[in-house]
Design a protein around this ligand. Structure first.
Ligand SMILES: Nc1nc2c(ncn2[C@@H]2O[C@H](COP(=O)(O)OP(=O)(O)OP(=O)(O)O)[C@@H](O)[C@H]2O)c(=O)[nH]1
Length: 324
């Protein structure tokens, strides 16, 4: 919005006083784009294309202004603000590329007007170049540490610290925001059987390691799906399948893999089994409802002996659950 107001001010200045109508109209366009972006930002986060257009638009206006105006007007000083904008909006990779490009462009334009004051002294040109490079370097370092802290905070908020699997909060975000096509979505609710015995027999630390191994195995077997740890020894798995049989087969594979392979922890071979409740997403169902339905199937798998997969397409369509 700040860029929008500044741009509008210069538009009036360039059209009414400076006789640079082309630049003035471009600046009006830029202010409109800034207002549009500001308005959208109130409802959604900025999309990459909007950030790119914003950076390129501002750059074009400033470079064109520098090209048209005399160096004495000092338009080139606006270039100092641009590395900050590039890094803020586009991150380190594009920040470095755009800052370098701008430096080359502006230097080439200013050098082509080198005979015009105040660029006649080497000191002045050096000061300009070094100030730009300093601001660029600070933006680079700052964005690097900002991105790292942001990633750490995100991991803290969204990942389960023990297994590294995504947590319940991530599951809500994944279901509500990221998952746009749920038409072929299946939810598996998996609970390890008699996990308390593992803790009681081998100790909590070994139990922790078993959970880590199980989470890894689930991620490997599910490959393209998503694994969330939603309770102590309970995991929710999301995957899309084109047919119900594929979903059941995958749940079976997971159950068998756990059943057939002992987990090795500190030289101990520990056998774990899991019960799995499977449901297909029904249009209109909330995540809560989906989980509730899967939980119902999981409960049956536990009740009827554990180490089983129970599936129900929907209460309306398939009254007979699959049982493995
Ligand atoms: N090591 C370890 N154990 C955990 C963790 N979270 C929960 N648990 C344990 O998981 C066990 C769950 O026990 P129960 O709810 O009785 O279930 P279960 O023994 O798996 O029996 P069923 O689910 O009925 O088959 C408890 O002993 C919890 O202490 C964890 O992060 N690490």
């Amino acid at each position: 919005m700040c860029f929008g107001f500044v741009s509008l001010f210069f538009a009036a200045f360039n059209i009414l006083l400076n006789n640079f109508p082309l630049l003035g109209y471009l600046e009006i366009g830029l202010s409109l784009f800034c207002a549009y972006t500001f308005n959208r930002l109130n409802k959604h986060s900025l999309e990459v294309w909007q950030s790119i257009v914003m950076c390129l638009f501002v750059t074009f206006v400033i470079v064109l202004g520098n090209y048209l105006a005399k160096p004495l007007n000092g338009l080139y000083v606006w270039s100092f603000a641009l590395p900050v904008l590039y890094y803020l909006l586009l991150g380190k990779r594009y920040g470095i590329i755009l800052s370098a490009l701008l430096f080359i462009l502006q230097a080439a334009i200013l050098l082509s007007k080198a005979s015009q004051a105040p660029l006649t002294t080497l000191n002045f040109s050096l000061n300009l170049a070094l100030t730009y490079i300093s601001i660029w370097a600070i933006s680079h370092v700052f964005e690097g540490s900002r991105a790292l802290s942001s990633k750490r905070l995100k991991n803290l908020a969204l990942l389960d610290p023990l297994t590294g699997a995504a947590n319940r909060l991530s599951m809500n975000h994944y279901f509500e925001v990221e998952l746009t096509d749920k038409s072929q979505l299946y939810l598996f609710l998996l609970d390890l059987d008699f996990f308390k015995r593992i803790n009681d027999t081998y100790g909590h630390a070994v139990g922790d390691k078993v959970l880590i191994e199980v989470a890894t195995l689930l991620r490997v077997v599910l490959a393209k799906g998503y694994v969330f740890r939603v309770g102590g020894e309970e995991f929710a798995l999301f995957h899309s399948f084109s047919a119900q049989n594929e979903a059941i087969a995958m749940a079976e594979t997971i159950r068998e893999k756990l059943n057939n392979s002992a987990i090795e922890v500190n030289g101990l071979k520990i056998n774990v089994t899991a019960s799995i409740g499977v449901v297909k997403y029904q249009p209109g169902d909330s995540l809560e409802k989906c989980v509730k339905k899967a939980d119902k199937q999981l409960y049956k798998a536990k009740e009827y002996g554990r180490n089983k997969v129970y599936f129900q397409l929907s209460e309306r369509i398939n009254k007979k659950p699959h049982m493995a």
